[in-house]
Write a protein that binds this ligand. Structure first.
Ligand code: CO
Ligand code: ZN
Length: 326
């Protein structure tokens, strides 16, 4: 749990994944044969094997905001970095890379339901442009600043999307006993801006099969939209989202692995969202690919919430796939 907390709390908006990468790199180093960082900042870790190339990918970046303007009274205007939903930002705390903290609010004359990035600002406590400009600069990024909390078998905090999957992939790598595939655990960058890191990582690795590990929205809270995914019932085999449709080879491989290892899983078909699979699948001559997700409540909020049983089952699922010949 301490390691999950550490990975979740690391600062890493899209394009500034350095801190997350350092934590993962130090943890994974004793368990892999090769580590490289490509020009996009993807962390590519190889465990050598004689078989085909199997790549798994989890994204390191989180959503955030970027300073675009500081007004004369010291209030900071910003642009969204990734899918920042105004309703999740109302009077929430954020933290910049240099430690400056602030509260997000919006223009008083505009109803909260009409807030968008243009109507919102960060109050960093400054009282003038001059004071604020000493604290933050144009282009600086901030991310949600929230508490990592344990609620029975559930945990909640910022960046479960997608650090809980980074954690699961890292833990899976630690447990590998046999390696029949040439295996690559890849921790990608800039997913939240449109799967940018994965696109390059897949060209570097040239996998024969790829599986992205991410989180997915659930339909198990009061009066929620109909989504056939529930916290605690196991990781998903994601059939589709807005970025891809599963490859038959990947689907058969995943379901065979889950059944053989007795891992509970949920079939998921989403009409929205995207994962690294959408980019990886379209590289080279095409890559048989799929996603497995850890069910998650309140995605892209400061308190993304997952079930620890799902995390454990995802780790077992990944280990089984890594140890099965593609
Ligand atoms: Co996301
Ligand atoms: Zn994600």
């Amino acid at each position: 749990m301490e390691l999950l907390k550490k990975i979740v709390e690391a600062f890493g908006p899209s394009g500034r994944e350095d801190e997350v990468r350092e934590v993962i790199k130090n943890e994974i180093a004793p368990y892999v044969d090769e580590i490289k960082v490509d020009n996009m900042g993807n962390l590519i870790c190889r465990k050598k094997g004689n078989g085909k190339k199997l790549m798994m990918a989890a994204h390191m970046d989180e959503i955030g905001i970027m300073v675009t303007h500081i007004d004369k009274n010291g209030f900071v205007r910003f642009a969204a970095v990734g899918g920042v939903y105004p309703q999740n930002c109302v009077h929430r705390a954020v933290k910049f890379e240099n430690g400056t903290k602030g509260v997000i609010s919006g223009e008083g004359k505009t109803a909260i339901r009409d807030w968008n990035a243009d109507k919102m600002y960060v109050d960093i406590g400054a009282e003038s442009y001059e004071e604020a400009a000493k604290m933050v600069a144009i282009g600086d990024m901030a991310t949600f600043c929230s508490e990592f909390i344990v609620m029975g078998k559930k945990v909640s905090g910022k960046t479960m999307d997608d650090r809980v999957a980074c954690y699961a992939l890292l833990e899976a790598v630690k447990k590998i006993k046999e390696c029949p595939n040439d295996f690559y655990a890849v921790f990608t960058t800039q997913e939240e801006l449109g799967l940018r890191g994965a696109k390059v990582a897949a060209q570097v690795v040239e996998p024969d099969m790829a599986i992205a590990v991410d989180v997915s929205s659930v339909g198990d809270t009061p009066e929620s939209n109909i989504v056939d995914l529930t916290l605690g019932k196991g990781p998903s085999v994601k059939i589709k989202d807005a970025s891809y449709i599963i490859s038959p080879q990947a689907r058969d491989f995943m379901i065979k692995c889950a059944n053989e290892a007795g891992i509970p899983y949920q079939l998921e078909a989403a009409s929205f969202g995207g994962t690294d699979t959408g980019a990886i699948m379209l590289t080279g001559t095409g890559v048989p690919s799929a996603t497995t997700s850890i069910p998650c409540r309140y995605i892209h909020s400061p308190q993304e919430t997952v079930h620890l049983d799902d995390v454990e089952n995802e780790i077992k699922f990944l280990v089984k796939m890594i140890e099965t010949k593609v």
